[in-house]
Design a protein around this ligand. Structure first.
Ligand code: GUN
Length: 295
């Protein structure tokens, strides 16, 4: 059994990006510039955005963090957010930007996603990028599925003709990952099944998988009996569960019962340190791609 080291792989990719950025700068080009908008104080989002800013430093990018306060008593006026998006769309110095999700409930998330110009949508969430991706055109790929695909590539895990089962049909993981893995070529050419809350005989379907992807956000949901001997298991879950032994008071738990499932696997991603660090890497790759598209 091989534990897929997302942390090390992400560090390798960030070094590769940093090297390329320094070469570009030496050739007189601008540093890639990523902006991030954070609304309110969601604990997970604060951590993600802080990690994105740190990754920008590691890659030699310029970064800008734009924060908006929003509380139940003083909710952010959505117009303020939309005006900022419009400014970033026009700002020549910004190569790409993201609006960290989830947003407070009174803000229409889909309208926000669609307000970002597709050429600057380094999250790959805009319907134009989603559509291009689904028919295999060049575009910004959604970060988490792109990170998963990169791990499969770097660990040389075969996908051609393999049965992939994805548990979870979210717009940012399940659906785009299914599209990527069914494309022609490597890492694709897989036979993909996407499971969700209405799937019958879920355990049976999972047991068929050569590559099982758990992306439903329910800690420990995938138990060892749902994993075929020799399968590759990719755990996308990162739920915060209370842990009194930690200073933070919580730890991250994946969607897979790792302890019992791991011995059956040929490859498995741990939580933390598996898919998580790769997601941010994909965002950096997209931002570099955005900067290069202006060459
Ligand atoms: N919230 C959880 N994952 C993501 C992501 O990849 N991008 C943004 N913008 N928000 C998120």
């Amino acid at each position: 059994m091989t534990i897929i080291d997302g942390k090390q792989t992400a560090a390798d990719i960030k070094s590769e990006i940093a090297r390329e950025v320094e070469e570009r700068v030496a050739a007189g080009k601008r540093r890639p510039h990523l902006a991030a908008i954070l609304v309110g104080h969601d604990g997970g989002s604060e951590t993600y955005v802080a990690n994105k800013v740190k990754a920008c430093e590691e890659c030699g990018f310029k970064s800008t963090l734009i924060r908006f306060e929003s509380t139940d008593e003083a909710p952010l006026d959505p117009k303020e957010l939309m005006d900022t998006i419009a400014k970033l769309n026009e700002d020549e110095d910004v190569d790409g930007f993201i609006v960290q999700l989830p947003l407070p409930k009174h803000i229409d998330e889909q309208a926000v996603i669609e307000a970002v110009r597709p050429e600057k949508d380094v999250d790959g969430f805009h319907p134009v990028n989603v559509g291009k991706q689904s028919i295999g055109l060049p575009c910004f790929h959604s970060a988490t599925p792109a990170g998963i695909v990169e791990l499969l590539k770097r660990y040389e895990i075969p996908t051609r003709g393999k049965k992939v089962v994805i548990v979870g049909r979210s717009n940012i993981v399940g659906k785009p990952l299914a599209a990527m893995l069914m494309q022609k070529g490597y890492p694709g050419d897989a036979t993909v099944t996407v499971c969700h809350s209405a799937t019958e005989n879920l355990a049976e379907v999972c047991r068929e998988a050569d590559i099982l992807v758990a992306a439903l956000g329910r800690p420990g949901f995938i138990t060892a009996d749902m994993v075929k001997d020799g399968a590759t298991v990719i755990d996308v879950g990162t739920t915060r569960v209370p842990d009194a032994t930690r200073k933070s008071g919580f730890r991250l738990r994946g969607d897979v019962d790792y302890e019992n499932a791991a011995p059956k696997c040929s490859f498995i991603t741990p939580v933390p340190g598996g898919v998580g660090p790769m997601t941010i890497c994909s965002l950096m790759q997209n931002t570099l791609q955005a900067a290069k598209s202006k060459d």
